[in-house]
Unconditional design. Structure first.
Length: 500
């Protein structure tokens, strides 16, 4: 009688059998080079920008036509195999992390700009087109695409739709949702589906706001029509220094209270300023406790008036130094530090985990001071950069993933930031999505009834839960376990978690 196989061996055998079955089903549907299943070929897909969590996919497909995507989805649906759509992999919440027994659907080859309509001010592009490439294509017409995530040189419009990405100019021009007219794609069964339209209103239910930000859980995006806006005649940026983070936070609230909506309003604390200045040499004030970047764009007359008004507000708020960009080159230099905050942090730490929460603007100083206390509590450093104008935080916790204890403390640190944001009247996510990173923190913000409504929407589009499963919406069991763990450790002021 043969001895039973060890559990790991059983799992490996089951995985191999499943992989063989899926490969055989997909082989007739794709060119040989578009189907990857050997370990050395699939390892590069095991994570997105959130590198702390990894999973090797069962296999990876790289279709080149919509018909191939539809065929893959139909085959996977028939086999009840999970599918995770992937763009450039720049996401920071694990939204594109593979399913260990599923197919990673890479849409990298869908990279064509299909049409630029200068009269309607729209661009229709495939999902794999880079964010910045849209503006580059529209530039000859004096137009550009406004949402500008820091990763815009690499991130794709399909990923932007999945996460409802923003950027440094989202305060004035809005997030992805406010700049997308139409999304066309395929359902989990491989059937065509379209959301929104080119007219001011589309027939039927307005489902576009549900799909934008749905993190690949409802449909596979293949084509997007976005709004384009005229390139401003002039843009100028103020770099303002403050000797106290509370003064800087109050200055942000004062600018908005004065009825000014800057094109961009960003904030960096002293550790982040030091990191980026050493990297890009933007001329930042290294003695400042915090700096603000405040941009105005429009006609020369509009910009001149708005810059003067902002200078008055900043001076009244206690700015210790203010410098206005003299030309376009200096304006871009000011922004280069902010745009390179993430790679700059990568130069000073083996790893970092970038959090993403939002708070009311008036609590900016409060959250920064709270994070400073958390640094002591968890024994880790944190650099802070964020979209101050809309209260979207991006604390970067520095750690070494080779040290399991540091990773554990980093996770606790991140959860503390997110849940403190909720306690201050904010949310656990702003523009990076939930993915796997914020699953447990969702338990704090949303009740069981609210989460069930989210699952109901998911079931309406994907009854079997095959598209990007196990992400975004935490289960009742997960929340119960998370609540008991945190109440036991006394980390969170949310005793109501006990009843989940």
């Amino acid at each position: 009688m043969n001895a039973p196989l060890p559990n790991a061996a059983v799992q490996a055998a089951e995985r191999a059998a499943r992989q063989h079955a899926v490969v055989q089903a997909l082989r007739p549907l794709l060119p040989p080079h578009a189907l990857l299943w050997q370990a050395e070929d699939t390892v590069p897909y095991e994570c997105d920008g959130l590198t702390a969590y990894r999973e090797r996919p069962l296999l990876v497909v790289l279709p080149e036509t919509e018909a191939q995507v539809a065929a893959v989805l139909k085959a996977c649906h028939a086999l009840q195999v999970p599918v995770v759509a992937r763009g450039a992999g720049t996401g920071l919440s694990g939204g594109a992390m593979p399913h260990g027994l599923g197919v990673t659907l890479s849409l990298a080859k869908f990279n064509k700009i299909l049409a630029i309509d200068r009269t309607a001010r729209t661009a229709t592009v495939q999902c794999g087109v880079r964010n910045l490439a849209i503006s580059e294509a529209a530039a000859p017409y004096g137009l550009y695409y406004a949402p500008d995530p820091s990763s815009q040189i690499a991130c794709t419009i399909g990923g932007n739709v999945a996460e409802n990405s923003g950027g440094v100019h989202c305060l004035k021009y809005g997030l992805t949702l406010h700049n997308v007219l139409r999304v066309r794609g395929l359902t989990v069964e491989g059937e065509p589906v379209e959301f929104g339209g080119l007219a001011l209103d589309a027939p039927g239910l307005d489902l576009l706001p549900i799909v934008v930000g749905s993190e690949g859980m409802l449909a596979v995006t293949l084509e997007v029509t976005v709004k384009l806006v005229p390139k401003p005649q002039l843009a100028r940026c103020i770099m303002a220094s403050f000797d106290d983070v509370r003064k800087a936070g109050d200055a942000v609230a004062a600018i908005i209270a004065a009825g000014i909506i800057p094109a961009g309003l960003e904030m960096m604390d002293k550790p982040m300023t030091a990191a980026v200045e050493d990297y890009v040499h933007a001329g930042y004030d290294l003695n400042a406790a915090a700096i603000l970047l405040c941009e105005s764009d429009g006609t020369p007359e509009e910009v001149s008036e708005e810059i003067d008004r902002m200078l008055d507000v900043l001076s009244g708020a206690g700015a210790t130094r203010m410098e206005v960009s003299k030309d376009e080159k200096q304006r871009l230099t000011f922004w280069s530090g902010r745009k390179n905050a993430f790679p700059a942090s990568g130069r000073i730490s083996p790893d970092y985990m970038c959090m993403d929460s939002t708070i009311p603007r008036k609590r900016l100083a409060d959250i920064l001071l709270a994070i400073a206390e958390m640094e002591k509590k968890y024994g880790l450093k944190c650099c802070n950069v964020f979209h101050a104008g809309d209260g979207n935080l991006h604390p970067l916790i520095l750690f070494d993933s080779n040290d399991p204890d540091q990773l554990h403390r980093c996770e606790l640190f991140g959860a503390d930031i997110l849940e403190t944001s909720v306690a201050m009247g904010g949310t656990v996510t702003g523009e990076h999505g939930v993915g796997v990173e914020k699953l447990s923190s969702m338990c704090v913000q949303f009740s069981p009834a609210e989460r069930e409504q989210m699952f109901a929407v998911k079931r309406a589009f994907d009854p079997q839960g095959l598209l990007n499963p196990g992400k975004v919406i935490p289960t009742l069991q997960r929340c119960a376990e998370y609540g008991k763990m945190h109440v036991k450790k006394g980390l969170l002021p949310f005793p109501e978690l006990e009843r989940f």
